[in-house]
Ligand binder design. Structure first.
Ligand code: KG4
Ligand code: ZN
Length: 338
């Protein structure tokens, strides 16, 4: 197998972005095309799975063609096709998987089925060419909150996780409750800017005897109760204060456990991954905590934090090198574990 300049076409369709990218050697992005469905799902206040599948179907071929064109490559230049096989919405995943299988079959190219969450971790290899395992990685997305140790590119150990809501899910629910709408995370992030993070004290969830696990359901309930109470008494809610206070509570919980984990395991480099890692308060607090503890601090550029296909190609590169490729039996797995 030639190991210099391996070119992978990545395809991602697990939720509401149809994406394709061309990446060399798991690090160098030649193109990164994302067709976002956010404007349409916003009308309904969240992702409608049937609409997501239909839009993926309409857009996937054009997005792939554009990714090749922008990279200045043809199908002949591609060594392998990496596609998200799960977790995600089954109908949405199936569009990407079917497109990838059709291409692999027609072009006689290998196909690699990639775990979406591992893709988020691999986004760090794109933004930080010098980053190598081992490192601690906090994965915070719409569906997952996992504190992990990346022991090697394909060897990930889960140290802690959320026992209830994912961090992103909590952002989305709070945003909806406060009337900011979908997608919640970026809107809460923006609304927090003028707010006082100390204005309201919300409970920091702890999971007894599991120092690296997270719990956000108590926080979510406390925010909803605060809003309900204010509505009943006719009290005016200060949205920036509420958002900033909620955000501070989430960020404290995420950053403190991540630092504790790195200290306990003696690991010097610490990274963030997933959609919530685009959050400005989390990035700032994480950077500060890393500096205080003398840790190397890594997070992807914002475009590689949220869903994209470059990260899928980056993760797929290591599976390809290891010979972990699939065949035409590859299927979508909506509840694929990390
Ligand atoms: O990783 P991602 O794009 O998709 C999943 O794999 O789930 O993450 C989406 C999540 C959503 O919950 C969204 O609200 C959150 O990431 N998110 C943010 C920000 N940008 C996206 N949360 C907080 N602050 C942000 N700036
Ligand atoms: Zn994602």
């Amino acid at each position: 197998m030639k190991e210099d300049k391996i070119t992978i076409l990545g395809i991602e369709s697990s939720c509401d972005e149809t994406a394709a990218a061309v990446v060399e050697n798991g690090r160098t992005v030649l193109s990164n095309v994302i067709s976002s469905q956010i404007d349409i799902h916003t009308i309904y206040g969240g992702v409608v799975p049937e609409i997501a599948s239909r839009l993926h179907l309409e857009n996937v071929n054009g997005v792939i063609r554009l990714a090749l064109k922008e990279a200045g490559k043809t199908f002949d230049d591609i060594d392998a096709i990496a596609v998200t096989k799960g977790p995600g919405l089954v109908g949405a995943l199936l569009i990407g998987v079917s497109a990838a299988k059709a291409l692999a079959f027609a072009l006689h190219k290998p196909i690699v089925g990639v775990n979406h969450i591992r893709g988020h971790v691999a986004a760090n290899y794109i933004s930080h060419p010098e980053l190598k395992p081992p490192f601690v990685c906090l994965i915070v997305s719409g569906g997952h909150t996992h504190l992990t140790i990346v022991r090697d590119y394909r060897d990930l150990m889960i140290v802690g996780k959320s026992v209830d809501d994912a961090a992103g899910e909590c952002y989305d629910k709070v945003a909806r409750a406060v009337g900011l709408g979908y997608p919640g995370g970026p809107k809460v992030d923006k609304a927090s800017k003028g707010g006082d993070p100390e204005a309201i004290v919300f409970p920091k969830g702890e999971v007894r005897d599991r120092p690296y696990d997270f719990t956000f359901s108590g926080l979510k309930s406390a925010v909803l109760n605060y809003i309900n109470k204010a509505n009943m008494t006719g009290e005016q809610i200060c949205v920036p204060d509420l958002c900033a206070s909620f955000q501070q509570t989430v960020v404290d919980s995420l950053v403190s456990r991540t630092m504790d984990c790195a200290k306990a395991y003696g690991i010097k480099n610490v990274a963030l991954a997933g959609g919530v890692s685009a959050n400005s308060a989390l990035r700032a607090a994480f950077q500060k905590a890393c500096e205080e503890n003398g840790f190397g601090c890594f997070y992807p550029e914002p475009i590689y934090c949220t869903d994209n296909a470059a990260m899928i190609a980056a993760a797929g590169y290591h599976d390809y090198l290891a010979g972990d490729v699939s065949d035409m039996t590859l299927n979508a797995d909506p509840s694929l574990k990390l």
